[in-house]
Every structure is written in C-alpha cells, then in structure tokens.
Design a protein around this ligand. Structure first.
Ligand code: NI
Length: 139
C-alpha cells in the first residue's frame, strides 16, 4: 500500500458545513474517506473521456417487448458488440414491460458509444448508463 500523505485544505466555513451535512447524510463517518471518494470519482470520470482507456460499466433499460421489432433490434445490436458485453440480465417486470441490465467492459470510447446507441434505440422507455473503472491503477 502507498504511504498516506496528510494535507491541509482551506475553504469557506459555510461550504464546509454543507459538505459535512452532505457526507453525514450519505453515511460517511469522516471527511477523509468522503474526500478520497470524490477524488476517485473524478479520476474515474477522467478515464471515460479517454477513448482507449479500459473501463467497465452498466446499461439499464426499460421497454415494452411488444414495441414494434424492438427486442429483435436490441438482440442484433448486442450480437454486433458481443465482445463488449460481459453479461446480460433480462427481467420480465409485468405482462408488457421488460428491464434489461447489460454489463459492459472495454475501451471507453466503444463502451460509451454502444451504451448511447442502446439507450437511444426507438421504443426504449427509459435508459441509463453508468461507467466505472476496471479497478486497475486505482487505489
Ligand atoms: Ni421480458
């Protein structure tokens, strides 16, 4: 493990009060862990911007499986990019609605593009993509 370094930060007292209230609500027991998470989140966000960086992510979509030829188009798109899709979960929410979660892994640019393509497919009621890190190089 890398050696921990202490450093001081000056900031407006009102800002610090707001920060403490926020992290208290989120369940952090100390500022250091909250600040470490903020820094890691910013670093991970930076990785997504670099097209060649390996990232992991998830896409979640809700759709009506009766919707035109949507299930067929989604399956086709997923087969076209099978190398980026690690796992798929399909849940039949009710008679009409399906929820699908795709776990993606690959180069940030390709993962982002596939996620956007899936979510913007006509007939998807709601879609979200969350990108994260593969964990490598992040302490
Ligand atoms: Ni279904």
């Amino acid at each position: 493990m890398e050696k921990a370094v202490r450093f001081g930060v000056s900031l407006d007292s009102k800002l610090l009060t707001e920060f403490d209230a926020l992290i208290g609500k989120k369940g952090y027991t100390n500022r250091s862990e909250a600040i470490r998470d903020l820094i890691r989140d910013r670093l991970v966000h930076e990785q997504w911007q670099q097209d060649d960086t390996p990232v992991a992510g998830a896409v979640i979509m809700v759709f009506d499986h009766h919707s035109m030829d949507l299930p067929r188009r989604l399956t086709e798109l997923q087969h076209d990019h099978h190398d980026l899709i690690v796992s798929t979960v399909h849940v039949h929410l009710d008679h009409d609605n399906c929820l699908e979660v795709l776990v993606l892994k690959g180069a940030a640019g390709e993962v982002r593009q596939l996620g956007e393509k899936l979510i913007s497919t006509r007939g998807i009621k709601h879609g979200k993509m969350t990108l994260t890190t593969t964990g490598k190089g992040l302490t």
